[in-house]
Design a binder for this molecule. Structure first.
Ligand SMILES: Cc1cc2nc3c(=O)[nH]c(=O)nc-3n(C[C@H](O)[C@H](O)[C@H](O)COP(=O)(O)O)c2cc1C
Length: 159
């Protein structure tokens, strides 16, 4: 089964998880980047508000043909119990018809239920079928721990 890993990360934690998944599954890794990243001091207010209201942010063009893959992992930090705005933009602009979609999160807390329901609804609206998901708590975790948790979480997808 061929996989692709697409992710957005502000402070590097989702990136670590995405890299570990891509390496384990021998999958290409694609980063979602904002054209004008929100300056970190403003991110809790303007980024959190954009996430809370399900908005997108302008993202750089992405050369990715998801139809070439059997499964797409879509990684995001949780912001305001939702996916980050840049990930919303990727989902809104993508026709997910075809591959299995596996959203995953890193988060400061320990409850991803709302974020998973939210991203699942958005993916389905873009014609995607969600085939599993997972979330990793990053609070007080070392990079090694985040990587280990990501590798553990994808054992069930390792085919
Ligand atoms: C604007 C903002 C809002 C956040 N909201 C939540 C939240 O609602 N729940 C949660 O568990 N973590 C929340 N976090 C923490 C991040 O999800 C967590 O630190 C994540 O691992 C960061 O990933 P990154 O390093 O890839 O950006 C928030 C962080 C930011 C910047």
């Amino acid at each position: 089964m061929t996989s692709l890993v697409v992710y957005y990360s502000l402070t590097g934690k989702t990136r670590l998880a995405a890299q570990a998944i891509a390496e384990t599954l021998n999958a290409p890794l694609v980063e979602i980047q904002e054209t004008r990243p929100i300056p970190v001091p403003f991110v809790y207010i303007s980024g959190g508000f954009a996430a809370f209201t399900n908005r997108g942010r302008n993202i750089c063009p992405m050369e990715v043909d998801i139809k070439q893959y059997d499964r797409i992992f879509v990684g995001s930090p949780i912001w305001a119990s939702r996916p980050a705005p840049a990930v919303n933009s990727f989902i809104y602009q993508t026709d997910f018809d075809g591959p299995d979609i596996v959203p995953f999160f890193t988060m400061g807390g320990d409850n991803a239920e709302k974020a998973l329901a939210n991203i699942t609804a958005k993916i389905e609206k873009s014609r995607g079928k969600v085939a599993g998901s997972f979330a990793i708590t990053s609070y007080k975790m070392s990079g090694e721990e985040i990587i280990a948790r990501a590798k553990e979480a994808i054992k069930k997808f390792s085919s």
